[in-house]
Structures are given as structure tokens and as C-alpha cells.
Design a protein around this ligand. Structure first.
Ligand SMILES: [Ca+2]
Ligand SMILES: [Ca+2]
Length: 241
């Protein structure tokens, strides 16, 4: 074989290997690109799928009163404004009445959008009992002595507080229940429902359960543990609203 022909063959092979290598790099690049494009979508889907139940409390928009939504989960955790994030559920925001109804627009201007609503999302279902309760934390008008008449009227008539429980996968309304509230400190159990292993409601009732007392017991245990561990920098004790 002549030197010229050998160079031609080897040169051709080298060019072919270069081509194969470039194609391979191209495939690897496209695979990485496809993976990066697909991955955020699958993550977003994971988050969406983790919302299994949504509990929404609403009270009349014109009232400047602070009500709080409470949820006890089967793992003995209580979600409410002081404990917004728990492993199984979270409270989106603490609505304080009209104080939290100011919204800043993109131009920096503040506008008032009256809305009295709190929402707890249950991210994953665990078998066991869930208790939903509402606490009337404060009436912002109570310090206004000129408004005593309307406060007395409210005490007599009460105002409606509604709790809606929705199951998302597949969608279904689990419960919609209204109770009238009349005075600060009033706390009402709305529903106690039990989920089975598949995440379906297998039982429910409206028997009262004192979540505030239970929360104090939980906090007491935490404080005891801190004390036993020699940590004196506690919050000074249990604060029950
Ligand atoms: Ca609140
Ligand atoms: Ca509000």
C-alpha cells in the first residue's frame, strides 16, 4: 500500500471518528438539555401533588377581627399561627382582620382589598384523626368605647365563620360548616375526620376537642425537655392567647 493511500485511509478514518465523537457529544448535550428542561416540570408536579386537602376559613370581610384556624394532625402536631409549618401541613398566612388587607402594587402604591381568610394545606395523607378548630383571637374594636353598642349587638347576634374542607385528588368537598362567633376567646371544634390508608375520609364527628389545652401540653413538654437539657434560654413559659 502506497504511503499516499495509507494516509488517505487513516485520514478518512480519523475524520469519521471525529464525526462520530461530535455526534456523540451532540447527543450528550441534547440529553442534558432535555433533562434540565424536563426536571423543573416534574418538581413542580411533585409540589402540586403534595397538596391533598385544603382547609379554608372565611369570616365577613367588613369585620376587623382576628380569627385563627387550627388543625391537629395524626402525628400530634398542631398547626396554627404560632406553628405555621409542620411536617404534614402548613398555614399560608395569619389574617389579622383589616391590618393584613393592604396590598402593595407593582407601582409601590398601597391598596386595600378586604378579605378575611386563612388556609391550611395538608401536604400528604397519613392514616388517623384530624381535628379542625377556630379561635376568636381578638376584636380590634373592643378598645373603642364608642363602639360598645355594636359590640353588644355582635354578642347578641354573632357573626358567621365558615370552614370549607376540599379534597384535591380527586376533587371533592369533604365538609362545609358554619358556626357563629360572639366573643373574644371563643373556640369551636368544627370537625374531627379520620383518613384511611388511601387518604379517604372513613369517619367523622363534631365532638369538641380542646386543641388549646393540648397545645399547652405539647409546649410544656418542649419546655421540660429544654430544662432537662440545661437550656435556660426558653421563651419564659407557655403563652395561651
Ligand atoms: Ca388570624
Ligand atoms: Ca383580612
Amino acid at each position: 500500500m502506497s504511503t499516499e493511500r495509507r494516509n488517505k485511509i487513516y485520514g478518512g478514518r480519523t475524520a469519521f471518528i471525529d464525526l462520530l465523537f461530535n455526534v456523540l457529544i451532540g447527543f450528550v448535550f441534547m440529553f442534558i438539555l432535555a433533562f434540565l428542561l424536563i426536571n423543573p416540570i416534574s418538581k413542580k408536579k411533585d409540589i402540586e401533588e403534595k397538596a391533598e386537602y385544603v382547609i379554608t376559613m372565611t369570616w365577613p370581610k367588613h369585620l376587623d377581627d382576628d380569627l385563627d384556624l387550627w388543625l391537629e394532625t395524626p402525628d400530634n402536631k398542631i398547626v396554627y399561627f404560632k406553628n405555621r409549618e409542620q411536617p404534614m401541613a402548613h398555614l399560608d398566612r395569619d389574617d389579622l382582620g383589616h391590618r393584613t388587607d393592604k396590598i402593595q402594587t407593582s407601582t409601590g402604591e398601597f391598596i386595600t382589598f378586604l378579605d378575611n381568610k386563612e388556609r391550611i394545606t395538608i401536604r400528604g395523607v397519613t392514616r388517623g384523626e384530624y381535628t379542625v378548630a377556630v379561635h376568636y383571637y381578638s376584636n380590634h374594636r373592643s378598645g373603642d368605647h364608642t363602639d360598645e353598642e355594636s359590640n353588644a349587638k355582635q354578642y347578641m347576634e354573632g357573626f358567621p365563620v365558615e370552614v370549607l374542607i376540599e379534597k384535591l385528588n380527586p376533587y371533592a368537598v369533604v365538609d362545609k360548616h358554619m358556626i357563629k362567633f360572639r366573643y373574644e376567646g371563643q373556640m369551636e371544634t368544627y370537625i374531627r375526620f379520620t383518613l384511611d390508608a388511601e387518604g379517604n375520609v372513613s369517619d367523622w364527628n363534631r365532638a369538641p376537642k380542646d386543641l388549646m389545652k393540648k397545645d399547652a401540653e405539647i409546649q410544656g413538654r418542649v419546655l421540660s425537655n429544654q430544662y432537662l437539657n440545661g437550656n435556660s434560654q426558653t421563651n419564659g413559659g407557655v403563652s395561651i392567647p
